[in-house]
Design a protein around this ligand. Sequence first.
Ligand SMILES: [Fe+2]
Ligand SMILES: [Fe+2]
Length: 177
Amino acid sequence: MTNLLQTWHDEHATFSRLLSVLEQQVNGFHAGEDPSYELMLDIVEYLRHYADQFHHPREDAAFARLLRRSPELRPQINRLVQEHRVIATAGEDLLSRLREIIVGAVQPKAAVETAAATYLIYYRHHIATEERDLLPRAQALLQADDWAAVDSAVPGGSDPLHTARYAALRREIASLG
Ligand SMILES: [Fe+2]
Ligand SMILES: [Fe+2]
């Protein structure tokens, strides 16, 4: 089941690229340019849709199995599971601000910029911690039955990034090179 580990890592790479696109928009925003709110919305919607509903629950399942093999990881894993909830809440907050802007509601510019910047910092730190500390542990400690349990804990999570809904987002990622 090491393919699940590879998928786990590949999804982090995809999320990181999306966060880079979001950051470009936020930087433009800060410099007084008009960002593409639709693009920002696509990114956060995708992350709310896929990461919060499939990637993070699968991690929670993997973390539960890791805890059986390595109980000393409990403080760090508790923190990461809590961060999944914070990321979902922060993403929803940012999403609602972006939706309001798109329909023409007045939003303080600084508030949207701050919400996006906070989301970026928090998310990147979260992914970096998992890549540095948790994936190597999972690779070393989880057995075939653990991976099977992770796979069956959150079934049916095909990545919507490959659907027509996110075609524009795919083009943006491709243009990053
Ligand atoms: Fe996570
Ligand atoms: Fe993750």
